[in-house]
Design a protein around this ligand. Structure first.
Ligand SMILES: Cc1cc2nc3c(=O)[nH]c(=O)nc-3n(C[C@H](O)[C@H](O)[C@H](O)COP(=O)(O)OP(=O)(O)OC[C@H]3O[C@@H](n4cnc5c(N)ncnc54)[C@H](O)[C@@H]3O)c2cc1C
Length: 367
């Protein structure tokens, strides 16, 4: 009998393998595609933020920053003595129109309670802080400017976690799990991402296709934060000398990962040019699509022990925030498995029972 078997070697699987191995458990990770061609994490934007509505998501975002800043010490290995995730701590800027302002003022109370370190301004003050942003239709804006939010290279992050887990004794094995029943282990973790529902039909987490465009603009603004315009749902950030911009339109039951190119002309470019006048002159240079592990019930995580099994734990449904939540989730699952309860951040609100009982707990700030 194995000690711990993790289904899926993506970012949640790798982080769980790291924390459990560090705690002395013997971990096997079963991954069906070690090239991770369709996995969510390499196709993500790499953003880490604490600007959420719910306290647990804010706290997980804070831990993401702490962990990412400690990558050089925590994840160094004999083979890779200088690990990096190429962090760019430019911050986040979220823009709210009158229809979302009230909700954001409520969210700010949670930011304060969690000591999130965010700043809030009125729409008319926007150009004083971000002179290249148009405040047209913006009621209020929240941002950070103290290097506590930003983005990383998801592939490097995964590689550093996986390499450290392997050094600590974890084994990554190529294979596909068709049914939970085929695993003989003391503890099983399902970290199957957007494919969770194929293994656990009672969990409503499914692939939701999202398109990201790469664009070039004569005016380069390297200090620009990852910006989310809640009035249109479009979000963007610098990427080297170019920019990445996410479409607000998503698709369930997509047959392939071909980007939805029409979204660019119809939606994304007009929204970008309206908000950043310099973007009027941008050119499309590329793009890709990837799957969110969308929790169709409430766009929020599903984490904990599955009540219908003796030994099955799971973590999924991150709906656009699984990369940044991976360190906090790996730590939380390890605490739950090794001590029987959460020790650092109480994530009981994400329990599987909530989903089985149709108990919604929506996180509104999905980008
Ligand atoms: C366009 C886009 C932008 C995003 N931007 C961000 C962002 O800025 N910040 C952020 O935090 N998150 C972001 N995300 C979300 C993030 O990528 C996901 O939430 C996260 O990767 C989920 O991690 P995971 O390990 O659960 O899933 P994955 O990364 O998909 O890994 C799951 C793995 O499980 C394997 N697997 C599945 N079923 C089986 C099986 N039966 N047997 C064996 N192996 C199996 C798969 O092959 C896969 O490798 C974004 C996602 C996309 C698509």
């Amino acid at each position: 009998m194995d000690d711990v078997v993790i289904i899926g070697g993506g970012i949640i699987g790798a982080s769980s393998a790291y924390f459990l191995s560090k705690a002395g458990r013997k971990v096997k990770v079963i991954e069906r595609d070690p090239t991770y061609k369709k996995a969510s994490f390499p196709l993500s934007l790499g953003g880490f933020r604490r600007q959420f509505f719910q306290k647990e998501n804010i706290l997980l975002g804070k831990f993401a920053k702490d962990f990412i800043f400690q990558i050089p010490e925590l994840l160094k290995t004999e083979k890779n003595p200088n690990p990096t995730a190429s962090m760019v701590p430019n911050g986040y800027l979220l823009l709210f129109g009158p229809e979302h302002a009230k909700e954001q003022y409520e969210a700010l109370k949670n930011h304060k309670a969690c000591d999130a370190g965010t700043k809030n301004i009125k729409g008319e003050e926007l150009s004083k802080v971000f002179p290249y942003v148009s405040s047209d239709g913006i009621e209020t804006a929240t941002y950070t400017d103290s290097k506590i939010e930003g983005w990383i290279d998801p592939y490097l992050f995964h590689n550093a976690l996986k390499s450290k887990a392997i050094e600590l004794g974890a084994k990554f094995i190529k294979g596909e799990i068709k049914s939970i029943k085929e695993i003989n282990a003391k503890t099983i973790i399902s970290a199957a991402g957007c494919w969770t529902n194929e293994l656990l039909s009672d969990i409503p987490v499914v692939p939701q296709k999202h398109t990201v465009f790469r664009v070039k603009c004569p005016k380069h603004i390297p200090e620009m934060p990852l910006t989310g315009d809640l009035t249109t749902g479009v979000y963007w950030r610098p990427e080297g000398n170019e920019y990445l911009a996410g479409s607000p339109i998503s698709k369930f039951d997509a047959e392939d990962l071909e980007p939805e190119w029409n979204d660019f002309e119809e939606l994304v470019w007009p929204a970008l040019a309206k908000r950043i006048p310099a973007f009027e002159e941008l050119k499309l240079t590329g793009g890709w699509a990837g799957y969110y592990d969308c929790n169709k019930l409430d766009n929020n995580a599903v984490v904990g022990k599955h009540p219908k099994y003796d030994n099955l734990f799971m973590a999924t449904g991150f709906t656009g925030r699984g990369l940044m939540q991976a360190p906090g989730i790996g730590r939380a699952l390890t605490e739950l498995i090794t001590t029987g309860s959460y020790q650092s951040i109480d994530l009981s609100c994400f329990a599987i029972e909530r989903v089985l009982e149709n108990n919604k707990r929506p996180e509104p700030y999905v980008l």
